[in-house]
Design a protein around this ligand. Structure first.
Ligand code: NAD
Length: 341
């Protein structure tokens, strides 16, 4: 079966999800929506993705600009099995009635609350829960990155408590409205939402998080401290456990990768589309084990790390692939993501 996927919102996440879906052997892009004839609307046209307006007015605006328009969202949903909502944060929940009326399955993004779908998703941690479900929410970029390293730690060593500090990029590279541009802005609500969000997937996890925004667009950086229940004798065992996982990329300060700038340069040199880095980057030589306490740093490419999870979530909801490892292997092969590279 070929899964027909609609993408509602063709922005930072939507355009990446569309390209990732188009690369899968078992999926096709049924169409994407735009509100305005921005360069991304022309990109959709050049990729050959059927273009729809979010509303009939939006469809008319796209058409007036000279774009070939196939209709509006309701028509797109009629021809889709799954819709991936990539509209701006908190807007996805307002689209749910339209999706329910069309009878399509729904993937929401991390800008929505857990309650919007009632099921938060990470492929390695809880793929099985989404198999055949009507809707699920792929957790945010930060939450995805935290789960990618914490879930295997919990499986192998048990976790008593996690404390993590998130140093967040002030804006995406193409975003001229956000900041700060000359300040460090702490999130005063403690714990930040990231910890409780991780626990929507890793149920029962004891985790507290602090966060701040800084003037960079490149990536987020996490400083993580984990109290392990059954600590190994060396950090090498932790690295070995992470090395067996998909979507963890080791980087090394000893090889000149000493900041998020060099991590992004590595992604460019690897020839990734858009210079994206879908894996979480963990500094191999920044991992330290002191008794039961594990410390490490990781970097998150906020624009792309959730993209493979979206593909897996589509497959899980469709029920075509019943187990996470198989879906993850299919996704990563199609995207050219090899274990550790
Ligand atoms: P974005 O602003 O880059 O893109 C949103 C797109 O939706 C735009 O193309 C916009 O024109 C379109 N849109 C506007 N109104 C719409 C509507 N009513 N219906 C459908 N589409 C509409 O946003 P983004 O960064 O891609 O974020 C999308 C979602 O992904 C949010 O929930 C966000 O929290 C989440 N997310 C973002 C990032 C990130 O770093 N950018 C990372 C992970 C998750």
């Amino acid at each position: 079966m070929t899964i027909k996927v609609a993408i509602n919102g063709f922005g930072t996440i939507g355009k990446r999800v569309a390209d990732a879906v188009a690369a899968q052997p078992d999926m096709v892009v049924a169409g994407v929506t735009k509100t305005r004839p921005t360069s991304e609307a022309w990109l959709a046209a050049s990729r050959g993705y059927p273009l729809f307006g979010v509303s009939t007015d939006h469809a008319a605006a796209l058409s007036e600009a000279g774009l070939k328009v196939a209709g509006a969202l309701p028509q797109l949903l009629q021809g889709a099995d799954v819709v991936v909502d990539c509209s701006p944060g908190k807007m996805g929940v307002t689209n749910l009635p339209a999706y329910a009326a069309a009878g399509v399955k729904v993937v929401l993004q991390g800008g929505e609350k857990h309650q919007s779908a009632g099921l938060s998703f990470n492929a390695a941690a809880n793929y099985h829960k989404a198999v055949g479900a009507t809707k699920a929410r792929v957790v945010s970029c930060n939450t995805t990155g935290l789960i990618r390293t914490l879930h295997p730690l919990r499986e192998a060593f048990g976790i008593d408590h996690v404390h993590a500090v998130m140093v967040r990029r002030g804006a995406d590279p193409a975003d001229t409205d956000s900041g700060p541009i000359n300040a460090i802005e702490p999130v005063l609500r403690i714990p930040s939402h990231h910890g409780p969000d991780v626990a929507t997937v890793m149920e029962g996890l004891s985790i507290s998080t602090l966060a701040m925004a800084v003037p960079t667009t490149l990536m987020h950086l996490h400083a993580v401290a984990v109290q392990l229940t059954r600590p190994p004798t060396s950090a090498a065992e932790v690295l070995a456990q992470w090395g067996r996982q998909r979507r963890i990329l080791f980087v090394e300060g000893a090889k000149g990768v000493t900041s998020t700038a060099q991590v992004m340069e590595l992604a460019k040199d690897m020839g990734r589309p858009r210079s994206d880095l879908q894996q979480v980057a963990v500094w191999r030589d920044g991992v330290s084990l002191v008794g039961p306490s594990l410390y490490y740093y990781q970097a998150i490419h906020q624009e792309s790390d959730v993209v493979p999870e979206n593909v897996d979530c589509i497959r899980a909801l469709s029920g075509t692939v019943k187990d996470g490892p198989t879906s993850m292997a299919m996704t990563d092969t199609a995207l050219g993501l090899t274990n550790g590279a």
